[in-house]
Design a protein around this ligand. Structure first.
Ligand SMILES: Nc1ncnc2c1ncn2[C@@H]1O[C@H](COP(=O)(O)OP(=O)(O)OP(=O)(O)O)[C@@H](O)[C@H]1O
Length: 908
């Protein structure tokens, strides 16, 4: 056979012969793994990323994880047939051109361009190694039909290989590749086998129906009835090499390394491998597992799996089609439903069945996802029906010989619904009775404990406030008629005290380069603490008489007592002479406002519907916590898109508590409070009557939802209908949701989900607070809409896509903060005009009448930091200029223009 290597041709006599090519050793050994699939995992020093082809039939890829070079560059409009990934990059096989398209970062492969090796060549499959990519060209025709072409790009691999014989599939390992011949199903590999012997150890007499290359090993599923796995190369347990010869001689596998079960699929990690078991679709992993690795989820069944370096992810074999990962260092929070396989034009062959669900993941007609039929049934089960072209084989429990709890409970359910014979009842009744009694007892005990616990908590909450009020020197004090927690005690408990010098050093002397945003009362700088933690330092702009240090204290007081995954975390503070500084976790992806309304269109498009709704759900949870779980409740008073910050993993955090107040315990007894907030978001009832309840936040949140759906600002004077509520609500009520949706994004397949969200939004912005839903109802409705959007048919069950994040992202993840290196240029300057027309009435401005109340905010809030505004912002944020800035801010506030008046009427 001939083997072309660039311009050189190497001739081989036997096609089973191993291609052994020596390359110089690449010192950094990280791996890659496996063949093209509907899911792909990237790894490496910039962090793990999970990418999957959406399950909605759009064939678009969606990526989640901490490598922002990949996540941000994920193409929004290119449909893909399948994905593969390596160290720091992901590639998709473009549906329209059948050519690879890669994104992320690696110096070895061109990113962001289609890349046929030879002009117009089309590929059947692609597979990525650590720093290379290979593509198997579509079968050749005519006299060449008995040969195949494989093109590779990347580190030491940029060559075109012309191979005798038809190749069925390819799989890339760390620095080598393997192919599977279509005819005799034998394996050949080429590349660098230094220290692994993956090439010299290939089992020559065996035929495989699937292969998967890992870091330094290859695993293959044997053809035949028992479909066992054989692995070769550097031992998976790092101690010995598997000698295939000895395996074969002794006639059995080394069971310590690969299980004897029949497998439907196998993937290889750096030093481990995992497979989906044939009889129950559960995952088994073997080989070396690094410290603190989590095992595969117990009992979960999978359609598809893919391996990263030290972790593996799979698509759950259930209607949610959600991905799940295990091992070490995997990306958390994967809220996307993904296709369980790649769509292929050929009908499913024997041994496979066609996957079908409501969202039909294959767009072009005549293409199918073919999943391998399960083989056999788990113990205690028998086969009811065989695998057909449309469904997998079905198994039922052997109810007469149940040994496990699972079997018993399934049999009793079946018996309840279908009616069992007397013999069954005589056997099962005592067990069922005992189970029910135990369950009832358990429910009673748990309910009673919960009631007692909640009562106890509530009593503590009321008492502490009351007793401190009476005693006057406890942990709550009265401050201007409001209850305020004792600062010293809370500060010590929650936030670290810094000296001014420490923070000045951390924020590089508060130089302009470190400035990431500016609000009405503060400038925000990026900084790095002594221990390497990346932080945001908010430096208050104080008036000379320090009267306006109130916002600083409010924020410090409140954040010291709040703790939730979707609220911005306060790390520390500094009160030093005339300086007031707060230190937060740094949010690498800026604010939602920057994403929705910034000049960078790409940033906006990256925020697809699932991400937008996920952000809405997370923000709603944060606010729900403020209203329902903080004790007493907290009213934020300034919910808006520039106060929803987005962290490295694209999770939302509610920020800016400068205007917040401790509210009444129920919304029917409002606070009499002078209005404050941002025009366009301000609750009209609160403005007119000065009645403040948690429902004022609900109104602002409704405006935020409309903003997320439409991509329009709360007030946008470039439109005739400048007020988002006045424009959107009539359209929603008329059922014209399509006219409300952001034209930048294609409407999703599940348009119904967005309709529901639009309805929730229009309820939130009702004129009367009492008629608005509470935040917990809003959250539940949004969670259901998100489930529906992601293709979960059971949308009555709220799904919790970020539950994994809850808690975990709250931990002070220093490593991720350290890598939180959002460049100011990426998000700053995204907006210029955007917030000039956002009006905020600071708490110290009173609203005696409509005319005098409409005061224009001069701040370049958020990140209006380019051009003229950048200069102004930097001037204002620069030391002595701060006080002047404030003065000019006060002076600049004047009556709004008549045009503004028009749009503000709704709010007032
Ligand atoms: N923790 C953080 N990490 C990264 N950027 C931040 C952080 N906190 C604030 N910023 C940036 O700084 C900007 C200003 O924040 P700040 O909370 O002071 O004001 P604002 O909410 O935008 O405006 P206003 O105070 O007038 O309501 C934000 O919009 C955001 O872009």
């Amino acid at each position: 056979m001939k083997f072309r290597w660039g311009e050189k041709y190497v001739l081989f006599r036997d096609q089973n012969l191993v291609f052994l090519l020596f390359f110089s050793c690449l010192c950094v050994k990280v791996l890659s793994l496996g063949s093209m699939s509907s899911i792909a995992i990237s790894y490496g020093e910039n962090g793990p990323v999970f990418c999957g082809i959406k399950s909605d039939g759009s064939h678009l890829a969606s990526c989640y994880g901490s490598n922002s070079a990949i996540v941000r560059a994920t193409p929004n409009h290119s449909p893909f047939l399948g994905l593969t990934a390596g160290n720091g990059f992901v590639c998709g096989l473009a549906m329209d051109s059948n050519q690879p398209f890669c994104w992320g970062s690696t110096p070895f492969i061109p990113m962001g361009v289609p890349q046929p090796m030879v002009k117009n060549s089309e590929y059947l499959e692609i597979s990525a190694g650590d720093h290379h990519l290979c593509g198997l060209r579509k079968p050749l025709m005519g006299k060449f039909r008995n040969s195949s072409l494989i093109d590779c790009w990347g580190y030491n691999m940029t060559k075109s290989y012309d191979i005798d014989g038809q190749i069925q599939s390819i799989s890339a390992g760390s620095e080598f590749n393997c192919g599977l011949y279509a005819q005799n199903r034998s394996v050949f590999c080429w590349g660098d086998e230094t220290g692994s012997n993956v090439i010299s150890l290939i089992p020559k007499e065996l035929s495989f129906w699937k292969i998967a290359a890992g870091g330094f090993h290859v695993c293959g599923i044997l053809e035949g009835v028992n479909s066992r796995v054989i692995c070769w190369g550097r031992s998976l347990d790092l101690e010995e090499e598997i000698s295939v010869g000895s395996v074969m001689d002794s006639g059995q596998l080394n069971v310590d390394l690969s299980p004897e079960d029949s497998m439907l699929s196998v993937v290889g990690g750096r030093f481990h491998a995992c497979g989906i078991r044939g009889n129950d679709r559960r995952v088994v992993c073997w080989g070396y597992s690094v410290e603190r690795s989590t095992p595969p989820p117990n009992g979960a069944k999978f359609y598809e799996i893919a391996a990263g370096d030290y972790f593996t992810c799979g698509v759950l074999a259930e209607s949610s089609l959600l991905p799940l990962c295990w091992g070490a260092g995997f990306p958390s929070a994967l809220p996307l439903a993904v296709a369980p396989g790649v769509c292929k034009p050929a009908p499913c062959s024997k041994g496979f069945y066609e996957f079908n669900n409501a969202s039909s993941p294959c767009k072009s007609s005549g293409t199918h996802i073919c999943l391998p039929c399960s083989s056999g049934c788990p113990s205690e089960m028998h086969q009811i029906s065989e695998c057909s072209l449309t469904s997998d084989r079905q198994c039922g429990y052997n109810c007469s010989s149940c040994g496990s709890g699972e079997c018993h409970s399934n049999c009793s359910t079946a018996a309840n619904s279908g009616g069992r014979n007397e013999k069954y009842w005589s056997m099962q009744l005592p067990i069922v009775f005992a189970e029910i009694s135990f369950a009832v007892f358990l429910v009673c005990a748990v309910s009673l404990t919960s009631i007692l616990y909640v009562k106890h908590k509530l009593r503590n909450c009321r008492c502490s406030a009351k007793s401190k009020k009476n005693s006057g020197n406890g942990s709550f004090q009265k401050d201007n008629g409001k209850i305020r927690p004792d600062l010293d005690e809370l500060k010590i408990r929650r936030a670290q005290k810094f000296t001014y010098e420490e923070l000045e050093k951390a924020a590089d002397g508060f130089k302009e380069e470190a400035l990431v945003g500016k609000g009405s009362f503060s400038c925000v700088f990026k900084g790095v603490l002594k221990d390497g933690t990346v932080v945001a330092v908010k430096r208050a702009i104080l008036s000379p008489d320090m009267k306006n240090s109130k916002e600083f204290h409010t924020e410090l007081d409140l954040l010291s007592r709040l703790n939730h995954a979707h609220l911005l975390n306060l790390l520390g503070y500094c009160e030093d002479g005339g300086e007031r500084l707060l230190v937060y976790e740094f949010m690498a992806n800026g604010s939602l406002h920057q994403h929705l309304h910034g000049k960078n269109q790409e940033l906006k498009e990256q925020l697809d519907w699932v991400r937008r709704v996920t952000i809405a759900v997370q923000a709603a949870r944060g606010i729900e916590y403020l209203h329902g779980y903080a004790c007493p409740p907290v009213i934020h008073r300034d919910i808006k898109s520039s106060n929803i910050l987005i962290d490295e993993e694209h999770n939302a955090r509610v920020s800016d508590f400068g205007l917040s107040l401790l509210g009444p315990t129920n919304s029917s007894s409002p606070l009499a409070e002078l209005p404050a907030g941002t025009l366009g978001y301000l609750d009209p009832e609160y403005y007119r009557l000065h009645y403040l309840t948690t429902k004022s936040d609900v109104y602002s949140f409704g405006v935020l939802l409309l903003e997320i759906l439409s991509g329009r600002k709360a007030i946008d004077l470039q439109y005739e209908e400048g007020n988002i509520v006045e424009w959107a609500v009539p359209l929603i009520k008329a059922g014209e949701i399509e006219n409300v949706l952001d034209p930048v994004l294609k409407p999703p397949v599940e348009l119904e989900a967005l309709k529901r969200i639009a309805n929730v939004a229009s309820k939130c912005v009702r004129m009367r607070g009492k008629e608005r839903p509470s935040m917990d109802k809003v959250t539940t409705a949004l969670e259901r809409a998100l489930a529906l959007l992601m293709g979960s048919p059971c949308n009555e069950q709220p799904i919790l896509p970020t539950e994994v994040v809850l808690g975990s992202s709250r931990l002070h993840n220093k490593s991720s903060q350290r890598s939180g290196n959002r460049s100011t240029s990426e998000t700053d300057g995204a907006d210029t005009e955007d917030q000039r027309i956002e009006f905020r009435a600071p708490s110290w401005i009173t609203f005696p009448s409509v005319a005098s109340s409409q005061r224009r905010k001069s701040s370049v809030s958020d990140s209006d930091l380019d051009g003229k505004n950048l200069q102004e912002a930097r001037h204002t944020c620069n030391g002595t200029a701060a006080a002047d800035g404030l003065r000019s801010l006060v002076e600049e506030i004047g009556p709004a223009s008549p045009q503004e008046h028009l749009y503000l009427q709704h709010n007032f």
